[in-house]
Design a protein around this ligand. Structure first.
Ligand SMILES: [Zn+2]
Length: 496
């Protein structure tokens, strides 16, 4: 996911007033801040507060592990064990991924899903200090997207919700999804394909961020695929006429894709790398592989661009007399926003407020900003208003989008790192190992737990969210972007 910066404008503040009016219309209740908190919500908040040291511990343990996509064995076991000891029923190794799990508690409807992530990013590990410095234990990988906090905050919310269900004898189910490999946009794609979200009434998740807000942008739909070309090796000087270069085919394909850029809408994004391109200049490369992402604002244009790129691959193979093979590794939709859930989450976020960062958190943030040579304005300390319309789609893609096309879903973001720092970087990995960042996870756990209570207590919210979802999808069933029968790309199954 890509973070973005916004300034509060008069216009957006005005829309927020309109939003509050909408909240009244939709729920029939005044805004949360203007009313006495129901006892169930007080209970949920008290449980999150009581779990604060546990959320801190989880955040730090997952930061220490910092395991990359589909290798999050210790992280997944750690969270699953914890939920099991809390009384959740845990199913491990779901959807063909050893590090995916589902933990459930309660019975009947509504079924409230909370998503947890825990994978790290390769080779950006850093000590929890405000400068570039390797970890003392030499561990190379890092939580540059803050998924250690994501996992800890979500599990904290699920436990708080479970305890609230028990305390108040509520009917309903809370289900924590351990979703691996978000960074490779794999985990939820295959969990969705396996039908694991099919019976959800609502899905809640959060993401560490530079700001605190309810997600209101759809992100980009995407296909992630590779094309392998198979030629014939020969001596590049002695008998090149016997050779058929797979690298030539890759180069022709990329040339064709680069020509294509002129003739697609500006919302398209096409990018590639060449992981295999031959070994030595004096050998005609018999094998080459190019790896592509193609993105746009919706599935349909992604499908069109993808079809054109496959024609280009075919043309490149024909022209170079090589064979080729296409593998669609994964794909996602754009996020389907759900207004009733967004408004419920916004009301709860307004009530909880932004993380209350300590002076030492701000000092760390400013030092980090200084070492990056950017403005030293510390951590973001407000809750952004929810605009009355979705924000324009931007850069990144997320596999949370798959869940949003199966069930009503809402994502929130909470500040966990200094404003303006590069995401997916050593600086973000360093930030997410600090106490200050855990204050963000605490806020997330509170907002998710309160929104979960809303769903458990208020059938009209569940119905409004479902009606909104059905209107947007037209009741069409979810179709996975990846082909029928395809298995998740587990490490060891592929050439890289
Ligand atoms: Zn992330």
């Amino acid at each position: 996911m890509i973070r973005r910066a916004h300034s509060l404008t008069l216009a957006s503040a005005f829309s927020f007033c309109a939003l509050l009016a909408n909240t009244v219309l939709l729920t029939g209740n005044p805004p949360l801040s203007a009313q006495q908190l129901p006892a169930e919500k007080e209970t949920a908040l008290a449980h999150v507060e009581a779990l604060a040291s546990e959320i801190h511990r989880m955040s730090m343990v997952l930061w220490d592990f910092s395991e990359i996509a589909l290798l999050e064995n210790q992280s997944a076991d750690f969270l699953a064990d914890l939920l099991e000891s809390e009384g959740f029923t845990v199913e491990r190794g779901v959807a063909g991924m050893p590090t995916a799990f589902v933990a459930s508690f309660g019975s009947g409807r509504p079924i409230v899903g909370i998503l947890a992530e825990y994978d790290a990013l390769p080779s950006i590990g850093n000590a929890a200090v405000p400068r570039k410095e390797p970890r003392e234990d030499g561990h190379p990988h890092g939580q540059g997207c803050g998924h250690n906090l994501f996992g800890a905050g979500s599990v904290g919310a699920a436990i708080a919700l479970k305890r609230t269900i028990q305390d108040h004898n509520l009917t309903g189910t809370v289900r924590l999804y351990g979703t691996p490999a978000e960074e490779t946009v794999v985990g939820k794609v295959y969990m969705a394909k396996a039908g694991l979200f099919d019976d959800l009434d609502a899905s809640l998740d959060w993401h560490p961020s530079l700001e605190t807000e309810v997600g209101n942008s759809t992100g980009l739909a995407m296909n992630n695929f590779e094309v392998e070309f198979f030629g014939q090796a020969a001596h590049s000087a002695a008998d090149p006429w016997n050779g058929r270069s797979a690298l030539d085919a890759v180069e022709m394909m990329n040339y064709g894709a680069n020509m294509m850029r002129e003739h697609v809408k500006p919302s398209a994004r096409i990018h590639y790398v060449i992981p295999n391109a031959g070994e030595a200049p004096n050998v005609v490369p018999e094998y080459a592989r190019v790896w592509y992402y193609v993105r746009d604002t919706a599935r349909a244009p992604v499908g069109d661009h993808y079809a054109r790129l496959l024609d280009i691959a075919k043309g490149a193979a024909l022209a170079t007399r090589t064979e080729y093979k296409v593998t669609l590794l994964t794909g996602v939709h754009e996020m389907l926003l759900n207004r009733p859930l967004q408004e419920a989450a916004q009301a709860n976020m307004e009530y909880v407020g932004a993380p209350r960062f300590a002076e030492e958190d701000q000092a760390f943030a400013r030092e980090l900003q200084e070492s990056l040579g950017i403005e030293q304005n510390g951590l973001f300390t407000e809750v952004k208003p929810l605009a009355d319309k979705p924000e324009p789609p931007e850069g990144g893609s997320t596999d949370v989008a798959e869940v949003s096309w199966i069930a009503p879903a809402v994502s929130i973001r909470v500040a966990t790192a200094a404003q303006g720092i590069p995401w997916h970087s050593w600086a973000a990995a360093a930030s997410h190992g600090t106490d200050g960042s855990v204050r963000g996870a605490d806020v997330a756990a509170q907002v998710l737990a309160l929104t979960g209570v809303d769903l458990l207590m208020n059938p009209s919210l569940v119905e409004e969210a479902r009606a909104f979802y059905l209107e947007k999808t037209g009741g069409k069933p979810y179709v996975s972007p990846v082909p029928e029968g395809q298995e998740p790309p587990l490490p060891g199954r592929r050439r890289d």
